[in-house]
Design a protein. Structure first.
Length: 392
């Protein structure tokens, strides 16, 4: 077990119609001129955006709006948001949507509160000193960005996707109404469940420090999402299942399931970032497509954890050698992905990279992690390329 810091300052308001609390929450945290940042239009079509603006109007809170956040949110929109906030003297950001809108809002917050180019933070050239406060109304359970310290942005030039972590961007509040997720396409729901589980698994498969209580929390979270993902596949309007998944998404990425470890592995995410940057694929689907190849490449170096996962999460009978049990766990995880219509390789994802593209992704990934990274197994550029090749 390693020493750890656990810092989760986000105020969570959970349940039906909780979006009606948005004005009082903004006032509580000192907002007076708001940027409402949202995605491609679903919040408009559903009527959510109007309900939010009506609430703000009724409370006398001024606001401007900026839509257009897309999956793998773009740096160009971040720049647009920074310019708009400075012009309008915005002092609080309200992200209405899923992880893309939240991550984009966080990046805008960095850009407004710090001088210079905001991409410098994502390119690891310098650290942010401040961030405009952010609040969230969540419409997609997936990234956990509503409580996390992370933000992931794609720079269109060069198709580079990078993440930046700082406690400065942790949202002041998160409004979680499971009913807001009921209009999602089944594919997005499944992608979200995959991302939630992966945030937990990245912290679980480590060779550096573990705690029994943290493992129990992580395993329980994984079993809960696995169970409720199948319920939502067959009954998308099931409120209780959506509530379980939504709360799991927040807990999976607020640091709870990594307490006492070395911080996690994160190489599946890093490998997927290059897929998302190059092909603009849905993040959860990209993670599912790459995970099995990563797992088979590293499991021998992290065998006790893979055996534990197989037995405690995937219900594999503890019979045979540790290696046989671990491999059955990997196979069971891939079977689960297929059961919720997630891909287990790149062809199923709908992309077929050339050898040159594989080499380019591996190189970008290595650069992005500083040469080598991993906890289950440390991966260099050659190893990253081997995993990409195996995932085809």
């Amino acid at each position: 077990m390693f020493d750890f810091k656990y810092f989760t300052p986000t105020k969570v308001i959970f349940g039906r119609n909780t979006e009606s609390k948005v004005a009082e929450l903004i006032k509580e945290f000192g907002g007076s001129k708001i940027l409402i940042h949202y995605g491609s239009g679903s919040v408009v079509r559903s009527g959510l955006l109007k309900r939010v603006t009506d609430t703000l109007d009724g409370a006398g809170i001024k606001y401007v709006t900026l839509g257009g956040a897309v999956p793998n949110p773009h740096l160009s929109l971040v720049h647009e948001g920074i310019e708009l906030c400075k012009k309008e003297n915005v002092d609080f950001l309200l992200a209405v949507g899923g992880g893309s809108a939240i991550d984009s809002a966080k990046a805008i917050g960095y850009g407004v509160a710090n001088e210079g180019e905001v991409w410098d933070f994502y390119d690891y050239k310098r650290q942010a000193n401040a961030c405009l406060p952010v609040g969230v109304i969540l419409t997609l359970a997936a990234t956990g960005s509503e409580m996390s310290d992370s933000s992931v942005i794609t720079k269109e030039e060069g198709l580079v996707k990078r993440g930046y972590n700082s406690d400065l961007c942790r949202p002041k509040f998160a409004i979680l109404d499971p009913e807001l997720t009921m209009t999602l396409p089944d594919y997005q729901t499944a992608c979200g469940c995959t991302d939630i589980m992966m945030h937990t698994m990245e912290r679980y498969f480590t060779n550096g420090g573990n705690m029994e209580i943290t493992d129990a929390l992580a395993e329980g979270l994984l079993r809960t999402v696995k169970k409720n993902a199948l319920i939502l596949r067959d009954d998308p309007q099931n409120y209780d299942a959506r509530a379980e998944v939504m709360w799991a998404g927040s807990l999976a990425h607020n640091g709870l399931t990594g307490c006492g470890s070395d911080g996690g592995d994160w190489m599946t995410h890093k490998l997927e970032h290059e897929l998302g940057g190059l092909y603009d694929v849905a993040h959860g689907a990209g993670l599912a497509a790459i995970w099995g190849s990563w797992a088979r490449y590293v499991y021998k170096d992290c065998l006790p954890r893979f055996k534990k996962f197989a037995v405690n999460v995937m219900d594999v009978e503890p019979e045979g050698t540790d290696e046989q049990i671990a491999l059955k766990g990997i196979e069971a995880m891939e079977d689960f992905y297929r059961s919720i219509n997630m891909p287990t390789n790149l062809r199923e994802l709908g992309v077929e990279p050339t050898e040159e593209e594989l080499i380019d992704m591996a190189h970008k990934c290595a650069v992005g992690v500083g040469g080598k990274k991993g906890s289950a197994k440390v991966l260099d550029e050659e190893a990253m390329l081997a995993i990409y090749r195996a995932s085809i």
